[in-house]
Design a protein around this ligand. Structure first.
Ligand SMILES: C[S@@+](CC[C@H](N)C(=O)[O-])C[C@H]1O[C@@H](n2cnc3c(N)ncnc32)[C@H](O)[C@@H]1O
Length: 445
């Protein structure tokens, strides 16, 4: 049985802060057993064990009867395998998952995940979120049928499936009293927030009202949303939040969730949010070092003391070799030439801190970059990157490099679960927008 998103409101109305940080427990989804069975079914490749001698005797008897036909076929099969396994003999797209398997080896797809290291931001006290992979799988069961009813089917330049799910999951888990969204485009993310919280008010800041897109095609305008758009548009940093919160009857800012998808420098946004007293934030585009159009938390926390952080611009290094190989297979992977700017500046994007869709860019020194991470760490209570929904061999995504991503919710090789969840029903293009969406909790103490 699928539960509506509002069903999760049955959970006790603890403070959002408590809900995120309390010890691990599961959301009370009704159909626990269905998901459980999926997991078990996927893992239990049950075999009946017979004695080895039973098989050898059977084979010897068979070969005696048939003569040398089988050994010949075996040799032929081995030759064919050698031919098809060699990249010199085949001509296929490098983004093809089968070709990737051939290149990285048969276990490559699985061991691939996170192999270049996945930088992350350290939190003050090492706290993490309370939800587990099991909760995420249960969430997928609920969300996939909801996603199929989305009004904007082709959300090019907006969120795809992985981040839509991440946003929905976090919002329905936290149950904020109010949600603030900065950067709405045609309104897909507003729609996702609404699915998570059917009755909570939303405040949307975006230069162009989503309704304006309706003339050209699908868009979503919400009935319980205050829009700061058009001539009323205000940048998040220029809003008098005390006044706006008062107007909405919000007295406890720990009950507010902010969603940024406005391509602004995340150091700027996190500072503004902290100053206003907000605690729960989701950043949609948490770009990896060397990529993207704004300075992100992932970039800020890419430091040499973190695994996968800090980079060598030495062209003969292992990292350079691996990166150049991976670039052939993943559209968003960057090689060492792209990663490193003049003076071996690898931080941010080639030593630059981008802002506002790269409309503004500031060159920063390594020590400034380092200070930025220390500041972020000093205010962080929780840092959690939304995992990709499923491994690339299942989704057939070709863009983000899995070597820089956390373990997917549905791991490679678990086609049974992928299929049972209904993920096979979605067009593969919806899995191409993953950019490490991140949920953070911040405070001054
Ligand atoms: C990538 S789109 C948002 C996509 C949307 N969240 C979705 O999932 O479909 C970025 C949006 O940010 C808006 N934007 C640009 N500058 C902004 C600012 N300073 N504050 C808020 N939104 C801004 C753009 O007009 C655009 O609509």
């Amino acid at each position: 049985m699928l539960l509506s998103p509002s069903s999760s409101t049955q959970r006790s109305p603890t403070k959002m802060l408590d809900r995120v940080l309390s010890s691990r427990r599961y959301a009370p989804y009704a159909d626990d057993s269905a998901v459980e069975n999926d997991v078990v079914a996927d893992e239990s490749k049950t075999k009946k064990h017979l004695p080895f001698s039973f098989f050898t005797t059977r084979i010897t008897n068979y070969l005696t009867r048939t003569g040398p036909v089988w050994p010949c076929l075996l040799v032929l099969a081995l030759v064919l395998l050698l031919i098809f396994n060699s990249r010199r003999f085949v001509c296929v797209s490098p983004y093809d998952p089968v070709s990737r398997t051939g290149f990285f080896g048969f276990d490559g797809l699985e061991s691939d995940i996170g192999s270049l290291g996945v930088p992350w931001c350290r939190s003050k006290h090492g706290k993490t979120v309370e939800w587990t992979t099991k909760d995420l799988i249960k969430g997928l069961e609920v969300f996939i049928p909801i996603y199929e009813t989305r009004p904007i089917k082709n959300n090019m330049y907006g969120m795809g499936f992985d981040h839509s799910f991440g946003l929905w999951f976090i919002a329905q888990w936290l149950k904020p009293d109010l949600m603030i969204e900065s950067g709405a485009f045609k309104g897909h993310s507003t729609w996702v927030l609404r699915q998570a919280m059917p009755d909570a008010p939303i405040i949307t800041l975006t230069p162009k009202h989503p309704g304006k897109f309706l003339k050209k095609g699908p868009a979503y305008v919400d009935g319980n949303c205050t829009y700061f758009t058009g001539k009323d548009f205000l940048d998040f940093g220029n809003v008098n939040w005390g006044k706006v919160m008062k107007k909405h009857g919000i007295t406890d800012l720990s009950r507010v969730l902010i969603f940024f998808d406005d391509h602004q420098n995340e150091l700027k946004r996190i500072t503004q949010a902290l100053k206003a007293g907000f605690q729960h934030i989701i950043f949609e585009d948490n770009y990896d070092t060397g990529t993207g159009d704004h300075y992100s938390l992932r970039q800020i926390c890419d430091q040499s003391y973190i695994r996968g952080g800090g980079h060598s611009c030495y062209k003969d290094s292992d990292e350079a070799r691996i990166r150049s190989k991976r670039k052939k297979f993943w559209e968003k992977a960057v090689d060492i030439e792209e990663l490193c700017g003049p003076g071996e500046a690898w931080w941010g994007v080639r030593g630059y801190m981008h802002d506002n869709f790269t409309k503004s860019s500031k060159k920063i020194s390594y020590s400034e970059h380092f200070r930025n991470s220390r500041f972020v760490e000093s205010i962080l209570d929780v840092y959690w990157e939304v995992p990709p929904v499923a491994g690339p061999s299942l989704t057939h995504q070709t863009r983000y490099d899995p070597a820089r991503a956390v373990t997917p919710i549905v791991e490679d090789g678990r086609y049974g679960l992928f299929n049972r969840l209904g993920l096979t029903r979605l067009d593969p293009s919806v899995f191409n927008g993953y950019t490490q969406m991140v949920y953070v909790q911040i405070s001054n103490q």
